[in-house]
Ligand binder design. Structure first.
Ligand code: PHB
Length: 402
């Protein structure tokens, strides 16, 4: 279903149940808490990339969030949910204006965003300055749950450190000692490669060369030629969205997938496999999700997501879905009254969510504590190989919250 249609449907259901609610109130006024029954909908501002290299990622987060709210009949904690959305285009230079528009003009109660680490850090600054509730449904910028951590800021996703640190040991254990890294030159690329290198070198691995190109460029040819001549044991990479599709295809087209194993952060092959096709076969990655996680929450989630969108769910959809589950925990704790901010925040911080990814809880900086899985692409799916590291907790370096 298209976004617009979803918006209309949620809004119309909101109006209908609002009318039904008013009728109930007229008949039996003592059965409801008048302040909450009459409260305006709780307004969620979705600030996501709906265009550009991360467009599909943003759309899946949006779909996942709305799916959860629809499953709860359009209400969380008894409070009607409404939406506004803005396309951040993964452009850091427009981020401050965009988030200010949501907070200042649209007067949202919560901002949910975004995918790109640079955009997210601008959002974090505004959220801190205005004390606005923010749930980050993807961007891994370490600082958001590090030095910039705050009571009103949560993440339903991961820190950049968290997803790739376990891969350092995985590769050494697989006998891959000389590795070339390749990524985009921006926060997420630098931090993911940095965490990989931290654990890889600690376990005796050697980084042969660190290759980069500016975000969101996709002219990989010269770098792939360089990899071929360096002949490392393996390559470790971070790309995502449209860029990941092109990198994996170019790598296979050069024949390197037959001679130099390609590893990466799981974003390399999540939400991208349909477009990558056979070029992705055999790629091994680490992430807080695998398509075939055999738990009831994942099975039910994938079925419902497919029914809503006709698409296969992925980590981005899960992160959107769980962001709504977090809001549900918070609004339920205050019976829909978001002005009880301290209680709402404490409830989310203490939440234990039965996520499609497995058990999900939060550390003192409000970053998920979660398993990181080793996956391999087989038959167009990111299949579970093993738990690379259980209950991985970002060190939250620099976070002063207790
Ligand atoms: C990020 O910029 O933090 C980022 C972007 C896309 C991903 C993962 C992380 O898939």
């Amino acid at each position: 279903m298209s976004d617009r249609k979803t918006l209309l449907r949620v809004t119309r259901r909101g109006l209908l149940s609002g009318a039904a609610g008013a009728a109930t109130l007229a008949v039996a006024p003592r059965l409801m808490t008048p302040a909450i029954a009459q409260a305006a909908p709780f307004k969620v501002g979705l600030m996501l990339p709906y265009t550009g290299t991360f467009a599909k990622l943003g759309q899946f987060i949006d779909d996942g969030f709305r799916l959860y709210v629809e499953q709860k009949g359009g209400k969380l904690g008894g409070r009607e949910i409404s939406f506004v959305q803005i396309d951040d285009e993964s452009k850091p230079e427009a981020a401050t204006d965009n988030v200010n528009r949501l907070i200042g003009r649209d007067k949202v109660d919560l901002v949910v965003g975004t995918v790109h680490s640079g955009v997210a850090m601008a959002m974090v600054k505004v959220a801190r300055d205005t004390n606005t509730l923010l749930i980050i449904p993807n961007a891994g910028a370490n600082d958001a749950t590090g030095p910039a951590c705050a009571p009103n800021i949560f993440r339903s996703s991961f820190s950049n450190w968290q997803t790739t640190y376990p891969a350092g040991k995985v590769m050494v254990d697989a006998g891959l000692k000389n590795v070339v890294t390749i990524t985009w030159r921006y926060t997420a690329g630098q931090e993911m490669i940095g965490a990989f290198a931290e654990n890889f070198t600690k376990n005796g691995g050697k980084i042969v060369e660190q290759l980069t190109l500016p975000f969101p460029e996709v002219e990989f040819q010269a770098l792939i030629t360089q990899i071929a001549s360096l002949k490392p044991d393996a390559v470790f990479s971070f790309f995502a969205g449209g860029g990941a599709v092109k990198f994996v295809k170019d790598y296979a087209a050069a024949g390197l997938n037959k001679t130099i194993p390609l590893y990466g952060a799981g974003f390399l092959t999540d939400g991208t496999l349909e477009a990558q096709g056979a070029a992705a076969n055999g790629i091994r990655t680490t992430l807080h999700y695998a398509d075939n996680l055999d738990n009831p929450a994942n099975i039910a989630f994938l079925k419902a997501f497919k029914a809503k969108t006709s698409k296969d769910g992925d980590i981005y959809a899960v992160q959107g879905y769980d962001a709504a589950a977090m809001l549900d925990v918070g609004l339920t704790a205050v019976k829909g009254d978001a002005s009880a901010r301290d209680t709402l925040v404490k409830a989310i911080a203490a939440a234990k969510i039965d996520s499609p990814r497995g058990p999900l809880s939060f550390n003192k900086a409000h970053n998920p504590v979660q398993n990181i899985y080793l996956r391999e692409v087989r038959n167009g799916r990111n299949e579970l190989v093993s738990i690379a590291q259980a209950d991985v907790d970002d060190p939250a370096r620099g976070c002063k919250l207790t």
